[in-house]
Design a protein around this ligand. Structure first.
Ligand SMILES: NC(=O)c1ccc[n+]([C@@H]2O[C@H](COP(=O)([O-])OP(=O)(O)OC[C@H]3O[C@@H](n4cnc5c(N)ncnc54)[C@H](O)[C@@H]3O)[C@@H](O)[C@H]2O)c1
Length: 378
């Protein structure tokens, strides 16, 4: 089924200047706030500690070493550190987190705080949604990707042998605290990976976010704190609007998968972990623009070039050729096409794509023939 997502029709925009206080409300039911800015981790204890509620922390072990001290007032809270990386999103690790919550004697009025990137966020969110049929979770994202994407919207998941993110729930956090000071220690590759999701958010939202990201590109690469705060807050605002409209991803929220079907094909072909997710998304966005042009969907002739320049300014590949060159991986067209069409039983079919018509106007569920796909990926 083909549907479309038109950001302009989904509520009035605020210009980026209005981001101001950097507290963004996500209008789900119940609603919650995302605080963005330097030092906001110091506010977590005050938020979760009300009425003497018990609190536990689930942290990425590397991030805990670098940043746990910023959670002032939670030093004595029970904390479980998990190894960095996708391997922690496993059934075994989920079991360990649930046992930890039980040992910490959390009850249904308790709260789990996750500290780190999308990995502890997804794992902790899932554990919180299962433990005693659901306790509160507060996310403290420390990667750009988790700040602009993974920590907002309530999707949780672990990986199974059959594939990524195959077991999960929807469990909205009670609040999100995105402390932009933590980004100072983020490895270069991870920062770039976050930029991929920033560009996606800008294309889905349209103006003025796209213009803001363009004019901020140099400052973002230089990790200018003000630019990071403004762009993270603006991306969160854009995601919040989409999530509030469609919390369970039954329709328009699927626009946020722009570039992702291509990215999954690339990641699957390269072997998960070989190409950072947001870098694969960047190439996927370039491919989605090329596919939109080939299928006559792209209504704005300038968008492909404009986006390509923005991706390059952020140190990202604008297409598969650029990704092949920067990664040294062959990524054969037929393999990527096959990996994109894989369903969960390993059968190959024609994937349905999420393609841009203009910035802020995204077509959902566009079928594409395998032969055309292979040509696009050549
Ligand atoms: N739930 C959602 O809606 C959603 C959306 C997008 C992605 N995801 C998931 O998020 C995961 C990817 O998230 P990610 O990119 O944040 O990965 P991640 O959590 O694996 O973090 C990436 C790496 O950065 C390190 N790190 C994190 N913060 C740091 C900091 N401030 N300083 C130094 N090092 C730091 C970590 O130790 C890790 O090695 C994937 O599992 C993906 O499936 C979920």
């Amino acid at each position: 089924m083909k549907r479309s997502f038109d950001a302009a029709a989904r509520g009035a925009r605020r210009p980026p200047e209005d981001v101001g206080g950097t507290v963004v409300e996500v209008g789900t039911n119940p609603a919650y706030e995302v605080s963005v800015g330097p030092g906001v981790l110091a506010d977590v204890a005050g938020f979760v500690g009300g009425a003497g509620a018990r609190v536990a922390v689930l942290a990425d072990a590397r991030v805990a070493e670098l940043h746990a001290h910023r959670l002032a007032g939670l030093e004595r809270a029970p904390r479980l550190d998990v190894p960095p990386g996708e391997g922690s999103k496993s059934l075994a690790r989920l079991g360990a987190v649930l046992d930890f919550l039980a040992e910490a004697e959390l009850d249904r009025s308790s709260c789990l705080v996750t500290l780190g990137g999308g990995v502890p966020g997804d794992l902790g969110g899932l554990a919180a949604s299962l433990f005693k049929r659901g306790i509160a979770v507060v996310h403290a994202p420390t990667t750009l990707l988790a700040m602009v994407d993974a920590s907002v919207g309530g999707k949780t998941a672990i990986n199974l042998a059959a594939g990524k993110n195959l077991a999960g729930t929807f469990h909205q956090p009670r609040a999100v605290f995105a402390d932009t000071e933590t980004l100072a220690t983020l490895p270069e590759d991870e920062l770039r990976s976050g930029f991929g999701e920033v560009v996606k958010a800008a294309l889905v939202e349209g103006e003025p976010l796209l213009a803001l990201v363009e004019e901020s590109a140099g400052a973002l690469v230089a990790r200018d704190p003000d630019a990071l705060e403004r762009v993270v807050a603006a991306c969160v605002r854009a995601k919040a609007r989409v999530v509030a409209d469609d919390p369970h991803e039954r329709g328009p929220r699927r626009a946020l998968n722009l570039g992702h079907t291509f990215a999954h094909g690339i990641e699957r072909t390269a072997g998960y972990g070989a190409v950072p997710h947001g870098v694969a998304v960047a190439a996927g966005i370039g491919l989605a623009l090329a596919a939109a042009r080939a299928l006559g969907i792209l209504a704005d002739d300038t968008l492909a070039d404009r986006t390509g320049r923005l991706l390059e300014a952020l140190g990202l590949p604008r297409d598969l050729t650029a990704l092949r060159a920067s990664s040294g991986l062959a990524l054969p067209a037929a393999d990527v096409a096959r990996a994109m069409g894989h369903d969960k039983k390993g059968r190959v079919g024609a994937p349905e794509l999420v393609l841009p018509a203009r910035a802020g106007a995204i077509e959902l569920g566009v079928p594409v023939e395998p032969a055309m796909l292979t040509r696009l990926l050549a």
